[in-house]
Design a binder for this molecule. Structure first.
Ligand SMILES: NCC(=O)CCC(=O)O
Ligand SMILES: [Mg+2]
Length: 338
């Protein structure tokens, strides 16, 4: 049944009716420009010490820190759902955090043990991504080594190379430098190649902003208190800039990054679009802990429809040009899409 034209719409006006193709579901599906699938998802998981330990993270309702045995079970769910990769983040015990971050290069540290357990169980059925940065290990909460209160670049990069090697030795498939030191991608690439890890990928946190949206993550890995009132503005990017993001991405690609990342996600969709259009390289985006917290908390209150905002937010990353999304909603989204 069609509406009869009213008086004001004589002579066939409007000629173009964009609503016509929106009228029925079959037609909406035919003209849909973007799709979200399980292949777009990377699931970040938090690891803690112990056996059968599951510990809630207050500011991330629905996300827990898991001991390695439970991490292996969670990764099993990801495998069953078809999620292509997980990113593992260690909540290092406070007693192991030091100013010089020695635990980062301990081949038997929490994340290395978790990677070994996951890889022994699932092999190449799922990819494992590990950050390279010192904040899970530093008593000061910074991502690099501190000298006179300043995070020094080159000395930090040397540590990051050693960290990348112990993680690759543990079986990590993708090294993700998240530290924002200059030159670290090239240095880590050389270190990996020299050690024989020519097929270990690098996913560079290329445009990582000094954002307030990381708050819950710092609670999750226990670095918030260490950082105190400190911030990371001498190495992470100024939220005001996007030309600079293109320069960061250009350098990381030139230094050998296999893929690049923009972080955070929802407030930086314009940056995702510019990066993808400019370089056409595999581009990922991180829907960070604060974004998760906003949506999860509002949904808990009944103020937002959780399933719908999760899928809409993830689709927005695809529309902006992202090839994939690191999201704490990955398991939920995979179930909804399944
Ligand atoms: N390097 C990983 C992160 O910093 C994650 C931040 C977040 O989820 O807030
Ligand atoms: Mg850089």
């Amino acid at each position: 049944m069609s509406e009869r034209s009213a008086e004001g719409f004589a002579n066939g006006f409007p000629q173009t009716r964009l609503r016509r193709v929106r009228r029925h579901d079959w037609s909406r599906r035919l003209v849909r420009e973007q799709t979200l699938s399980v292949n777009d998802l990377i699931w970040p998981l938090f690891i803690r010490e112990g056996d059968r330990q599951r510990e809630a993270i207050a500011s991330m309702p629905g996300v827990d820190r898991l001991s390695i045995d439970l991490i292996v079970e969670a990764v099993g769910e990801a495998v069953a759902l078809g999620i292509p990769a997980v990113a593992l983040f260690p909540a290092t015990e406070a007693k192991l955090k030091t100013p010089e971050c020695e635990e980062a290069i301990n081949a038997n540290n929490l994340v290395c043990r978790a990677v070994r357990a996951v890889k022994q169980t699932y092999g190449d059925r799922i990819g494992v991504i590990c950050d390279v940065a010192l904040d899970p290990y530093s008593s000061h909460g910074q991502d690099g080594l501190l000298r006179d209160g300043y995070v020094v670049n080159d000395e930090t990069v040397s540590m990051l190379c050693r960290q990348a090697i112990v993680q690759a030795e543990a079986g990590c498939d993708v090294i993700a430098p998240s530290d924002m030191m200059d030159g670290r991608v090239g240095a880590v690439r050389r270190a990996l190649d020299d050690a024989g890890f020519i097929d270990v990928q690098i996913m560079a946190y290329a445009a990582k902003y000094a954002s307030a949206f990381y708050g819950p993550f710092r609670e999750a890995v226990g670095s918030a208190a260490n950082l105190g009132g400190g911030d990371k503005r001498t190495y992470q990017m100024d939220p005001a800039n996007s030309d600079e993001a293109l320069r960061e991405v250009a350098l990381d690609l030139a230094e050998g990054a296999d893929s690049v990342m923009v972080k955070p996600g929802m407030p930086y969709l314009d940056v995702v679009r510019r990066v993808k259009e400019t370089f056409g390289a595999p581009t990922f985006v991180y829907q960070v802990s604060g974004e998760y917290a906003m949506l999860a908390a509002a949904a808990q209150h009944g103020w937002l429809d959780r399933d719908r905002v999760v899928l809409e937010s993830l689709l927005s990353f695809k529309r902006a040009g992202a090839d994939g999304v690191l999201t704490y909603f990955a398991r939920d989204a995979a179930r909804l899409l399944g």
